[in-house]
Ligand binder design. Structure first.
Ligand SMILES: [Zn+2]
Length: 305
């Protein structure tokens, strides 16, 4: 059975970009007669904003995006992270890294924005400490996967993936690590999310196979941009519009779905039913981002005051 999910961080209210991602994962799951689960990514404590979890869940419910099964939270999975880390340590696939971000920046020769690590500490046998991070040794068998929307993703181990952090120097587990375990615990087998996470997917894909977890498929949908910048909870988008049907219709237009005129006045549930019956991933194939149109910008702007 298809099991999909939406996993927001409670760092602020949902914005139009995250609603679109929620809709895409929901519609893909429902179109495939699957389940759609919600998980709250609540362990990155510096980013958590009190009250956001409730606000997010309420918004999803109001929009008719009803989830299956009980909500799960990362904070409930700490023991599982610990166990997985121990398993990797036992396989001698981890080491302690003392490099600061600054030091890595200085040593990196890559032109890309992403920080490439030169595996500096791999053979140094540093003992564990409260200020060092833990990295996973990147010696994977498979480095290719097929993204359902973005096509085949090929990665050259030596150029693009180096040993990466699974536990940060502030002692929080890294996103790349937790997300793989969270999905396995929730039996998620279809991951639909924004293209901002496409480049890091190969790390999760490899970690998933090292941990002998079940296979997952991936689909990265275009992210919303405004004036060439990604929407974020920080740039003022609060999405307070009370017209829930309008938000959904604009979300469907963003995802380039066909919409019948008469369905636009329907209830959120009616709109979502129509949209899941007619869900088509072809129109956004290979699109990494889409600039918001004036109406969608209006939804954003209206909420800034
Ligand atoms: Zn290091």
């Amino acid at each position: 059975m298809y099991i999909g999910r939406f996993a927001p961080t409670p760092s602020g209210p949902l914005h139009f970009g995250s609603i679109v991602t929620a809709m895409a994962s929901y519609l893909d799951a429902k179109h495939n007669n699957g389940k759609w689960k919600v998980r709250i990514d609540d362990i990155d404590s510096p980013r958590i904003l009190e009250g956001s979890e409730l606000a997010i869940l309420k918004k999803l419910e109001n929009l008719g995006l009803h989830w299956d099964d009980k909500i799960s939270r990362q904070s409930e999975n700490i023991k599982e992270y610990k166990n997985a880390l121990e398993a990797l340590k036992k396989k001698n696939l981890t080491y302690n890294c003392r490099c600061s971000r600054k030091k890595i920046l200085e040593s990196t020769q890559s032109d890309s924005d992403e920080l490439t690590y030169n595996n500096h500490c791999r053979n140094r046998q540093y003992p564990p400490s409260h200020t060092s991070s833990i990295r996973l040794i990147a010696n994977y068998k498979s480095t290719n996967f097929n993204d359902r929307a973005q096509g085949p993703q090929c990665h050259n181990i030596n150029n693009s993936i180096n040993d990466f952090i699974i536990k940060r120097s502030d002692q929080l587990y890294a996103y790349q690590f937790t997300v793989v375990i969270d999905d396995e615990l929730q039996s998620v087998n279809n991951i639909v999310r924004g293209t901002d996470l496409l480049n890091s997917t190969i790390k999760q894909y490899c970690l998933n196979s090292i941990l002998n977890f079940s296979k997952k498929t991936y689909m990265h949908v275009p992210i919303a941009i405004i004036n060439n910048q990604k929407l974020s909870k920080g740039n003022g988008d609060k999405l307070n519009s009370n017209n829930l049907s309008l938000i959904l219709v604009e979300g469907l237009k963003f995802l380039k779905q066909k919409i019948q005129k008469d369905i636009e006045d329907g209830s959120p549930e009616e709109i979502l039913k129509y949209a899941s019956d007619n869900w088509n991933t072809k129109p956004f194939q290979k699109l990494r981002s889409i600039e918001l149109n004036p109406t969608q910008c209006l939804i954003v702007d209206n909420t800034r005051t």
